[in-house]
Structure formats: structure tokens, C-alpha cells
Design a protein around this ligand. Structure first.
Ligand SMILES: NC(=O)C1=CN([C@@H]2O[C@H](COP(=O)(O)OP(=O)(O)OC[C@H]3O[C@@H](n4cnc5c(N)ncnc54)[C@H](O)[C@@H]3O)[C@@H](O)[C@H]2O)C=CC1
Ligand SMILES: [Mg+2]
Length: 340
């Protein structure tokens, strides 16, 4: 019988910069979530990130990169009026944060306006978030992802599932309430386990048919109701590639805005090298296979999707560097090469 070992993982030491106004800012944000009047005042003084049908508005920055374009609330009001909408629509925005200098930040989807007209007037471009992942600097991505996820949640929770009546968002967008049933709805994330499986010398990556061509990633799966993280990990690896995990180690977490909003729990796991024959569940995955350290190191060196020269054999590539899948791969390489 195979062993099921829980590895004693070394706790990650996280050091926060002290002396910042972090506590005060967090208390300010929680006040804005609970006090519509205070949040309306913050909206007047804040900055707005625009989205069009969930695509963030970006502008070109130096070095071929892009950055999110934020606007004053009064400028967005003027834009709305110019395009024939009521300026009060800024109140549909949702609170996503606050800068270190206490500027509250909101997101607003202007999907009912003509896209090109907004782009022309603002001097930016609405870009699909998946494409934006490759254009933005890593530190801008979580912010844009959070805005998309929150706006999407509001767009799909307009009605109470108990009474069928419309729900009403608070000013911050941290909840929606049904007056009829009294039900309060909060934005939700689905827990997803993502795991990089190793047989000691190679790691296992898979691809779904819907992935961009030749991209391989770590295995992932939604947690079933009532499952622990460990149970999901063991089940998903068994279901998707027909292997039994022997050990695992928790690594880190990340919010991921797809398919609705996922809370990614990332782990490393090992299987017995004597029993590492992959049997792919073709419903879930198009392919899954073992990669050597050299193949992975080569893929990490390739910055983006490579073109196979002259129609030669396709070269596999990894998700963008800020993704938790990429981080798992990097950690695995570090672990494999430690002390070499
Ligand atoms: N950030 C990253 O590095 C990565 C993120 N992911 C994310 O992880 C998610 C889960 O991975 P999959 O292999 O697709 O999961 P999966 O292996 O559980 O299969 C997906 C299927 O699970 C079912 N399902 C159960 N609960 C669901 C829920 N709450 N929402 C949607 N479908 C649900 C559906 O039938 C769906 O077709 C993906 O949607 C993807 O967005 C996946 C790989 C890398
Ligand atoms: Mg899966």
C-alpha cells in the first residue's frame, strides 16, 4: 500500500515593511465598505479604473510595456456626459483598494458605451485581461484581476436566488442585498488546488484543450464540498493523470480571476518513481507528460510563446511569470539545483 505522507513544510517567513500606515489604511477601507456616505465621499476624491465588458483600459508605457490608466472621478463624469450617459453612473463603481498615499481606487465597467469612443477620448486601449497578463508589469496584474473579478461578480449576481428579486449593491461593492428576502450576498471565490507533481527528477505538466497552443501548466482542480486541501490534491492527481501522490508540501496561494474567481492553493507533491506511468483523463486534459529539469530550464529562459522556426516541432511554454503555476515551476527548479 502506498504511503500518504504529510511533509512538514518549513513555514514561509514573510517580512512586512514596518512604519507604514498599513493599519490605518486597512481601517479606512473597512469603514468605506460599511458606510455608503463615507464611500461616496471617497469616490469623489478617488481614482477610477475603467473596464469595457471586463477588459481593463491600458495605456502604453516605456519599454513596450503597458500600464493601467486611472482617471479622476470628475473626468469620468465628464466622459459619461459627453457620450450621452448620466454622470451618476460613476456610482456603479466598486472599491478595489487605496494607495499608500490614501487615494481610494475604484473600478467601473463602461460596457454600454461605444468602446472606440472611450478609447479615443481617454487615450488608452481596452485589452482582454488574458492578453494584458503578457503586457502589464507583474505588480499591476493582481489589481487589474481583482477589479475584473469584482465587476464580474456584480454583473452575475443582480438577482436573489431565494426570491428572484433584484439585489442592490452597497457603494463599495463589497456586498449585495435583497430587500425582499433580506439575504446579503458577498463576493465569492472557489477554492482550487494546483499542484506540481515530481517523480524526484522530472516534473509533470498538463494542458487543457482550451489553453493557448503548446502551453503546459501544473495540474489544477476545484475543491469538492467538504474536502480538505490534501484530499483535493490526492483526488485530482488520481483523476487527471492516474497517479497516486505520496508526499505533498504546501507552497503559496494566489487569487485568479477565472473562470469566475478562484482562490488558488499551490502545492508540490511527489509520486513513487517506480509507479509514474501517466494515464491521462482525456475529458479533462488534452495531454500530460513528464519534463526533465533541462527542458524546464529551457522553457523558463523563453520569455513568451515561441514560434517554431520553419514549421519545426512545436516548443512548449509555461504560463506567465506572475502566475502561481510558473512560481511552482521556478521553486521546483531551485529545489532540484540546490547544492549542485
Ligand atoms: N493561475 C494559474 O497558474 C492557473 C490557474 N488555473 C485555474 O484553475 C481552475 C481550475 O482548474 P481546472 O483544471 O479547470 O479544474 P477541474 O480539474 O476541477 O475541472 C474543471 C471542471 O470542474 C467542474 N467544476 C467543479 N466546480 C467548479 C467551479 N466552482 N467552477 C467551475 N467549474 C467547476 C466543471 O465541470 C469544470 O469543467 C481553472 O479554471 C483555471 O482558471 C489552472 C491552471 C493554472
Ligand atoms: Mg483540472
Amino acid at each position: 500500500m502506498l504511503r500518504w505522507l504529510r511533509c512538514l513544510h518549513r513555514p514561509r517567513l514573510v517580512i512586512w515593511r514596518s512604519g507604514s500606515s498599513y493599519v490605518a489604511r486597512m481601517r479606512y477601507l473597512v469603514k468605506l465598505k460599511g458606510d455608503d456616505e463615507a464611500c461616496s465621499a471617497a469616490l469623489r476624491a478617488g481614482r477610477l479604473f475603467l473596464y469595457h465588458k471586463l477588459r481593463p483600459l491600458l495605456m502604453r508605457a516605456e519599454g513596450g510595456r503597458h500600464r493601467p490608466l486611472d482617471m479622476k472621478t470628475t473626468d469620468v463624469e465628464a466622459l459619461l456626459e459627453k457620450l450621452g450617459q448620466q454622470k451618476e453612473r460613476v456610482r456603479e463603481s466598486v472599491l478595489v483598494g487605496c494607495t499608500e498615499t490614501w487615494v481610494p481606487q475604484f473600478c467601473l465597467d463602461v460596457g454600454t458605451l461605444e468602446k472606440c469612443a472611450v478609447e479615443r477620448l481617454c487615450g488608452g486601449e481596452f485589452v482582454d485581461l488574458r492578453k494584458a497578463f503578457f503586457l502589464l508589469r507583474g505588480h499591476d496584474v493582481p489589481h487589474m484581476a481583482r477589479g475584473r473579478a469584482l465587476l464580474h461578480w456584480h454583473q452575475t449576481h443582480g438577482f436573489c436566488s431565494a426570491s428572484g428579486e433584484p439585489t442592490v449593491k452597497n457603494q463599495a461593492g463589497s456586498q449585495r442585498v435583497c430587500q425582499g428576502s433580506g439575504h446579503t450576498y458577498y463576493p465569492q471565490m472557489a477554492p482550487v488546488l494546483i499542484v506540481l507533481v515530481s517523480d524526484g527528477s522530472r516534473c509533470l505538466l498538463g494542458r487543457q484543450a482550451a489553453f493557448p497552443r503548446d502551453m503546459y501548466s501544473a495540474l489544477a482542480g476545484f475543491c469538492d464540498m467538504g474536502e480538505t486541501m490534501e484530499e483535493t490534491l490526492r483526488r485530482e492527481v488520481a483523476e487527471e493523470v492516474g497517479l497516486e501522490v505520496e508526499t505533498f508540501q504546501f507552497a503559496s496561494t494566489q487569487h485568479w480571476p477565472y473562470p469566475q474567481s478562484s482562490f488558488m492553493l499551490a502545492c508540490h507533491a511527489t509520486v513513487n518513481p517506480q509507479r509514474c506511468q501517466v494515464s491521462v483523463d482525456k475529458v479533462e486534459l488534452e495531454d500530460a507528460r513528464w519534463f526533465t529539469l533541462e527542458e524546464i530550464q529551457e522553457a523558463l529562459r523563453r520569455a513568451s510563446a515561441p514560434q517554431a522556426p520553419g514549421g519545426g516541432p512545436p516548443v512548449f511554454w509555461l504560463p506567465p511569470s506572475f502566475t502561481i503555476a510558473h512560481q511552482l515551476v521556478q521553486e521546483w527548479v531551485r529545489q532540484q539545483t540546490a547544492g549542485v
